[in-house]
Design a protein. Sequence first.
Lengths: 237, 237
Amino acid sequence: VIHSPHLLRKLQQLQALTDDDVDAIRRLPVRIVNYGPRSTIVAERDQPGQCGIVMSGFACRAKTAANGRRHIVSFHVPGDLPDLQSLFLKIMDHELFALSACTMGFVPHEDLGALVHERPRILDAFWRETLVDASIYREWIVNSHRPAAEALAHLVCEVSRRLQAVGIATEPALPFPVTQVDLADALGLTTVHINRVLKILREDNILQMRRQEIVILDAARLAAFAGFDDLYLHQLR
Amino acid sequence: VIHSPHLLRKLQQLQALTDDDVDAIRRLPVRIVNYGPRSTIVAERDQPGQCGIVMSGFACRAKTAANGRRHIVSFHVPGDLPDLQSLFLKIMDHELFALSACTMGFVPHEDLGALVHERPRILDAFWRETLVDASIYREWIVNSHRPAAEALAHLVCEVSRRLQAVGIATEPALPFPVTQVDLADALGLTTVHINRVLKILREDNILQMRRQEIVILDAARLAAFAGFDDLYLHQLR
DNA sequence: CGCCGGGTTGATCTTTGTCAAGCTCAGTGG
DNA sequence: CCACTGAGCTTGACAAAGATCAACCCGGCG
């Protein structure tokens, strides 16, 4: 039985569900698995027979290019369904990776497939979830073309907004257990450059990154500097 | 009535459809609209009540950043459903743009919604279409982090593969009606640099771009240079 | 104690951007 | 028929962003 307030909260933001729908989701058979920090949850080219829900912790999706370089293409917070796509795309074109210690709930494809074919509202919510995902990818393409400091600022704005949407954190301090190497992999830069950019943002009193968290010192200036517009997150509020 | 062999060919590659399914798609009410080259089909922040099918011509999706710079986030060829997402995400976070003269077929959201709720296989095919879209976005994020020449080569590999999948073209010459400005907008570079990179690829006898087409001179070397792996296109073959 | 992952910094090199000019060619109007 | 125009392409000289290489620091842990 699934107990993920974050998931339900998010789905309700995407599509109004009835109590019946919520019950149906709660009744899904789920297998709970714990992952240590910095471990692979699903590998590239795997053919999983189940979809994962992030119950707690932070995960990311990463692709490895032909030259061996690792590219993080998205971050995932509790309540996310980071490989819902595996329901239809049978072979993983990327890996799913636990950034921090992470609890995942796995639901077999058959059960999810049956659920969406029986419950139109849940279908809508899940499909919409994957479409918001795609919208975030679009924004990341744009973000990859921004100068390093703006790109980093934009990423922080996004993570902050998404954490607030599932009720995990409020500014100024956000949990975000990533290393500078991870940030470099996500933005396509080197750790050296990430480090310098962080220094600039810190000295400008815009934001600060500590061990496992971000501290936003000036949210307004951060958003303005990043050119952040939250339309692409399609949060209904 | 829809008459798009490219669409049907592509959907069949994603998910086996019955004759009934195909008939249901053919019976969809469709409004045909022609667009001139370099014209907007759906604007950013619009709230369309219909989804478009590219019947002929080339289109793209583009986002405009806060600083005014335009970013192309995907290219679309005949048979594509470039704004299927508008079925669920009611406000456009990007624009849909005709690169060449373009014929679009528009189907009202109600009819599409009814179709996918009635026909599980069509639901699967359409959902899968949007998931392949998302997979392509992931690869574009990676591609944005490649050096300019490799990124351009990779883009050409992708367009070539997708055109072949819908039966529009075979190597070596592919129709691709884009300017160097468009390529710059798609790769996050300047036209000056695109021009220099094209010169290098031309002088290396890898590929050549003419008025409205690409000529691939050495497909094997092109793919190797780009580090191209077609897994992410999820073509079933 | 020593190691190691992660962070920090400087010097230098490479890739890409900026600015500016000139070219080509298809379409237009005289 | 030809000159004019303008969009798109090409090239050079120079500047800036980011990468590379090489140290060194710090704190946790075997």
